[in-house]
Design a protein. Sequence first.
Length: 202
Amino acid sequence: MRELGRRERNKLEKQTRIFDAAAELFAEKGYSAVTTQEIADRADVAGGTLFRYAASKAELLLMVYNAEYRKQIELGEARESESSSMEARVLELVSPLLVASRQNDENTGIYQREVLFGEPSECFRAEGLELSQRLQMRIAQILDEGHPHHTTETTTAARMISNVLHFEIARAALDRITADELTNIVAAQVRLTLAGLPTEKD
């Protein structure tokens, strides 16, 4: 593995400080109450330096929440068991994400908005969409194992479940429902989606 040069190390160290400062402030105060100058001050970087790493406050939130999203996907992938039913496996996969999404209503709602409708040129939005696609593909793999020879249907069902996740997570942030309520709502829609898949006789 190539050793980083001093310039690269300095850049990485600044990026880490900015990430940590943004994560702390968004958690403490919520998106609307935080300014980019506060983040720069806590990270001990100039305002101009901050914008070399993220073009806007929205990108900073995307950067922070993409990392959280990735962590929860990986946790779900580790928990998901091949011995469980398809429905149980899908819910095991997405449950960590559902629980984590209830930690801050404002931040969660804005993150969902920025991933789905943010500036196309933002690199962190592209990263968020890639994470969503990763989760959708894993759901499709689970469904494929239970419904071989029906790839078109399982791909469509996985996309439907992915869309449900985005919508229900965003709505939960507005309605301020509990993680258990959100999980039950998603579980009911997953169950209904899976019921529409072809059986082995079809």
